[in-house]
Each structure stands twice: as structure tokens, then as C-alpha cells.
Write a protein of this length. Structure first.
Length: 471
């Protein structure tokens, strides 16, 4: 259903802690903020909501996640907390999903050891099995799955082979090939949307580089299964023909296991710029970042060019990022969830440069937080806590100088999808009525940011989430 044609009731939000204004009222009509003032008189056709001094903010934005992968992960078996010693026993009992496959997420080579087709065969799963590495870069499949995929004769470059040319079961950056080969089942996108809207997220950037997930996301928006505003980043994204759909920068993965040639990367950047699109370059290592910065120097800068993750960056790299006027999209919850592992695996010289945030802002780099869900936690309030503490699961503070106050990280979440890290969207007459209402003033909410503080979420003036007491 096209939300532009929905019959949206007029609303008057009274006694709200209005972001940027203080205590006042806010009128919503026809998907827009119609009026803001200290005391507004109700109109006969309006539904009045008493905000009881709760904060009314522009809706939150997640500047980097993967909608289709989130939906698929929700239908998968997570082995993150399964020990190596019990893994085979546990997996032998897992039933297949709706598509007949056993789909597994949460694989970590440090926790579970090296996996290939032969180790998965020993699990004796009920149906073909595919296992996703926690990074999202690698799938491991068993022999049954390889036969179904026709991997023996497949020409996809990500199909890893042994010295005799036989598939090992390890598939690198092969999401689009898997999807095209398997076809069929689409996961429940509406459940993902409900999860996001319940925590106040009204805008998301789908950072999937392939056309398949971008099409799934666009179709879900058109069908009103995804109620958020969505910006897709696949290179082959079609025109945005829906009021809640936009086409953003071209996502380019600079993969550490298969680094591109400098000239190839320069050509891809120039091609995106020629199409009047900026680029969003995935970089999670020092080498990948150095290659990316060299390519951007050669290709030239376009407003909106950005680095995704920027997981390892020294002061010289920050200076160059600032000089090139790039933006950075970072993920504080990955520090909270995986910081101990990053510390253990990082080279000693890299530890001070892991997942920087405060230093990026001090260098004058426009920076916005995001989740990278499903690989990170999509709860934006957890993100605020993680940004402020930088505390890992063991209690270690990973980079005390990189801590960022909740109010500053929140402003990054309030920036437009097209301007991550830029000015926060405002509650002003004529602006889109994409809002989140909390159960307490903002100052109090930021003392202990929790998703439970969200009372309601409004998208294009419509109540899309009600914790139970709005109307």
C-alpha cells in the first residue's frame, strides 16, 4: 500500500518536551508538522495525545544496516553461544527452515574452529546446511548444499576450491549468487520493521551492496511491510518511485580477503560519480582504508562520499579523511558486543586505533552511529550507552578517548539519511511528521537510555508504534 494515499488522522500532541523548543504542543496533519507552539487549541477533528512532558524527537535514523539479512537472521539458528564441543550434537537436532535448508548464523572461527564442507557433513543436519560467518563475508555449506547449488561447475569467483579444484564449501562474498541460485523463499520483512519502529527508528539506510536485497527492501516498502523511510545503496538500484524510498550512495566493499586493484577501485568510484551518486566504501582494516583513500585521491571527491566502519584508522588516516571531506559511519555496539575479541585479534600497534569515534569528531569529520544489523545490535538506545562507555563485555574500556556523550551520538541518529553526521532534523512547521515520543524528558532519558522509554513512533503523521497508552 502506498503510504501517500493512506487516510491519516489529524493529531495534536500536547505537553511535549519538544526537541529544540522546550515544553509545548505539536500538531500533525497530512503527514506533516502543521504547527508548533506553547499552547495549541484542539480542532474538532483531531485526536489529542497527552505527552506528559515526554520528549518528542525527530525519528531516529540507522545509517547502516541490512534489512533482508535481518529478516533472514530472524529465521536462522544462532550458534554464537554454542560451544565447539557440543556444536555437532546441537546442529543434528535443528529443523530446517521454510525453504528446506538449515540456516545458521553466529559462526566465529575463534570459537567454533575452522569449518568446511567436511566438518559440516559430520553435523548430520536434517537437510542441506549453510552457515554464515559473523562478519557476513563468508558462508560455509555442506556437501548436500554444494550439490544443490551445482558448485562443481559454478564459475562464481567466491567458490573456494582445493588444490584439485573441488569446492571446499567455503563461499566468499557469494550472497547474491546464493540468492539467485536458490530463489524462492523471502523472509518476513514486516517483523523487522516492527522491531525497528518499536525502538523509535523511522529512517534506515540499507547498506547491502547487491541488487537482490535492495529489491527485497524496496518491494517491502511498496507493500507497506517496511514502514520506515529506506535509502538503498546497491549500485544497480532502480529509481525511487515511492515517497518512503530513496537511492543513496553506491556501496562498494573493499574486501580484505580479496582486495581490488587500485585502478579497478578508482574506476568503480568514477562510475558512481558519473551517475551523480556518491560512494560508501566498506573498510575494516588498515590496509583496506589505505587503498580506499588512495583510490579517492585519484578518483576525486563528491559530496556525500563516506567510509563505512573505518574499524582501524590512525591519526594520519583521520587527517586524510578530513582533508577529503569524507563522512564516516561507525558502529559503537560492535565495541560493546565484540570489543574483547577485537582487542585480542588486533595487532598491538592497531589497538589504539580501533573503532574510533571521539577522535573522528574532533578531527572535524562528519560521523554518524549505526548498527550494522544483523551483525550489530539494532537497538539505538544500546548504541547510545555503548558510545558513552566504550565498555566491552569483560568490562574493558576500549579507547577511553573515543567515548562520545549520548546527546552527541543522538544528534548523529537525528541527521538525514542523505547527510549522515550533519545537522539534526528539526521539529518545525512544514517538516515531515516522522517523530518518536518518549515517556520522560530527553535529559532524563539520556541518563540511562533504554528502548523501554519509547511510548510511540510516528511516520508521515501516522502512529506506527504505540506502547499501549497513546490513544
Amino acid at each position: 500500500m502506498n503510504s501517500a494515499k493512506r487516510d491519516v488522522p489529524a493529531l495534536l500532541l500536547r505537553r511535549a518536551d519538544l526537541f529544540g523548543h522546550g515544553l509545548g504542543d505539536c500538531r500533525l496533519r497530512n503527514g506533516l508538522i502543521a504547527e508548533v507552539g506553547p499552547i495549541l487549541r484542539p480542532h474538532p477533528d483531531e485526536t489529542v495525545i497527552d505527552c506528559d512532558n515526554g520528549a518528542l524527537l525527530p525519528g531516529l535514523a540507522d545509517h547502516h544496516l541490512h534489512l533482508a539479512a535481518m529478516a533472514a537472521a530472524a529465521e536462522s539458528f544462532d550458534i554464537a553461544r554454542v560451544s565447539r564441543s557440543t556444536l555437532a550434537t546441537v546442529m543434528s537436532r535443528v529443523p530446517p527452515g521454510p525453504d528446506g535448508w538449515v540456516r545458521v548464523v553466529g559462526y566465529d572461527d575463534e570459537t567454533h574452529g575452522f569449518l568446511d564442507r567436511y566438518s559440516l557433513d559430520e553435523w548430520r543436519c536434517i537437510g542441506p546446511v549453510r552457515v554464515q560467518h559473523r562478519s557476513g563475508a563468508l558462508w560455509v555449506v555442506d556437501s548436500d548444499a554444494l550439490r544443490e547449488l551445482g558448485a562443481d561447475t559454478a564459475d562464481h569467483p567466491g567458490v573456494e576450491r582445493d588444490e584439485l579444484g573441488r569446492p571446499t564449501g567455503r563461499l566468499w562474498r557469494a550472497d547474491s549468487w546464493l540468492r539467485e541460485t536458490l530463489g524462492g523463499h523471502r523472509p518476513d520483512m514486516a517483523a523487522v520493521s516492527r522491531r525497528l519502529v518499536a525502538v523509535g527508528i523511522t529512517h534506515v539506510a540499507d547498506a547491502s551492496p547487491d541488487a537482490g536485497p535492495a529489491t527485497v527492501a524496496a518491494d517491502a516498502v511498496a507493500g507497506d511491510h517496511i514502514v520506515q523511510h529506506v535509502m538503498v545503496m546497491a549500485e544497480a538500484s532502480g529509481p525511487a518511485d515511492h515517497p518512503r524510498l530513496a537511492v543513496g550512495p553506491v556501496k562498494i566493499v573493499v574486501a580484505d580477503h580479496d582486495l581490488p586493484e587500485l585502478g579497478t577501485l578508482v574506476s568503480r568510484i568514477r562510475r558512481a560519480h558519473a551517475q551523480h551518486r556518491s560512494v560508501a566504501l566498506h573498510c575494516v582494516s588498515r590496509v583496506a582504508l589505505a587503498l580506499t583513500l588512495a583510490a579517492l585521491r585519484d578518483a576525486g571527491h563528491r559530496e556525500g562520499d563516506r567510509i563505512e566502519h573505518c574499524a582501524v584508522a590512525d591519526d594520519a588516516a583521520l587527517a586524510e579523511i578530513a582533508a577529503l571531506q569524507l563522512r564516516v559511519i561507525t558502529q559503537p555496539t560492535l565495541v560493546a558486543r565484540r570489543g574483547d575479541d577485537y582487542w585480542a585479534r588486533a595487532e598491538p600497534q592497531d589497538r589504539a586505533d580501533l573503532w574510533r569515534y571521539g577522535s573522528l569528531l574532533r578531527a572535524g569529520i562528519r560521523t554518524a552511529p549505526s548498527s550494522d544489523a544483523p551483525y550489530g545490535d539494532p537497538d539505538p538506545w544500546f548504541c547510545l550507552r555503548a558510545a558513552a562507555t566504550r565498555r566491552t563485555a569483560s568490562g574493558r574500556v576500549l579507547g577511553s578517548d573515543e567515548r562520545v556523550e549520548g546527546r552527541i551520538a543522538l544528534r548523529g541518529m537525528l541527521s538525514r539519511l542523505s547527510d549522515p553526521g550533519g545537522a539534526a532534523r528539526r521539529i518545525e512547521r512544514g517538516h515531515a511528521a516522522d517523530l518518536v515520543l518518549l515517556d520522560r524528558p530527553l535529559r532524563d532519558a539520556l541518563l540511562n537510555p533504554r528502548a523501554e522509554h519509547v511510548r510511540g513512533t510516528f511516520i508521515m503523521g501516522e502512529i506506527r508504534y504505540d506502547a499501549g497508552d497513546l490513544v
